[in-house]
Design a protein around this ligand. Sequence first.
Ligand code: EPZ
Length: 423
Amino acid sequence: MDRIVITGGAPLNGTIPIFGAKNSALKLQAAALLSSEPLVLENMPDLADSRFMAQLLASLGVEIAWIKEARTLRMQAAEISSTIAPYDLVRKMRATFNVLGPLLARAGHATVSLPGGCAIGARPVDLHLKAFEAMGADIHIEQGYVKAAALRGLKGADIEFPFVSVGATEHTMLAAVLAHGDTVLRNVAREPEIVDLADCLNMMGARVEGAGTDEIRIQGVTSLAGGKHAVVADRIEAGTYAIAAGAAGGNVLLQGARFEHLGALIKVLREAGVEVDAESRGLRIKRDRTQRLQPVDFTTEPFPGFPTDLQAQAMALLCFADGESRIRETIFENRFMHAPELARLGAQIAVHGNEAVVTGVERLVGAPVMATDLRASVSLVVAGLAAEGETTVNRVYHLDRGFEGLEAKFRACGARIERQKEE
Ligand code: EPZ
């Protein structure tokens, strides 16, 4: 397995282009199943997860053409040749479960493997399935598979989610656009990725209103057309580079990053002593490393709150603060696995249930580390860039799931970071 070796201590200076959002692209890819015409996604991130989703779509009959130089993915589901998403394709990446709704809406039935839990938590899909039931689908679980049928089509419904779920909101939208009648979704997620999905679906001829608020109204249509859509900038990628520049010091322009998508992080960064300014081309991050960072408390919440996908990286930053920071994780039950790895670099972190208390230290010292999920891995890269000496991050395949060109982007800003290929 490849590993990443970092010699820490170099400040970051330069420009980092922010690519399309992984977590938006995956749902937009699933939307290709809704139309027999081509859906073209521009600003498409070239990531292990997006390639994996494309592989699943191809197995369902979607014709895929990836023009990598143009960062464009063309998908056409002229016909659905299979409505079965097997375990082997779903287990590797949970977002593949999102093909269930579009298949059900377009073909009237689908058999999709249950995704199972993952390192950060149990991550059930009960809200997704209840929403499809409310829309008239018959749902059975047999031998680890969800068998869903709505042979006369899905019906619009009034659905109130008991708590906010990004996945359930998106998945229900992907099905409701082709349902008979109107659907109202209440207490929905408001993430920028939801707005991006609604924009793409509307471009295809869907009638979705209210994305970005806590209530979405969808008027079902009988068919959708194709078209072109540019994937929204990845706020988690942008946030990660912002935090890295805050930890390592320097002056970085995050090209294409959107201020309005990162409000909660920007507040934490500013309180910690990192300068953040909106410029016409993106976000400017500045930090003078001779000044010690300040401790900050924060809690992860659905958008517009602090994103759970930036919690690990922000923890790495606060390891350097002059005092005690408290971090509460409220989205996933097991998302502090980076804490013991950060401790290998000398961080002082005490985890009690869903709260971590980070007592800042003056310096971290490089060490070999290992991570169990995507965002945890990149938090170790952030820590390694700001630590003294050499940090080796093992299990790099996690990073490749969500960060395209990570080493090259950091190296272009002066970081000493390289990938070692395992023979
Ligand atoms: C999405 O996951 C993202 N994944 C996650 O990013 C992100 O952390 C999360 O949203 C929160 O922002 C993708 O978009 C592919 P949820 P999702 O449904 O949709 C519980 C990354 O690193 N829940 O909002 O699965 C669930 O267990 C990943 O890129 C149910 O109980 O998140 C969690 O505790 C990690 N039943 C909470 O709700 C359900 O049916 C919120 O999950 C659905 C969710």
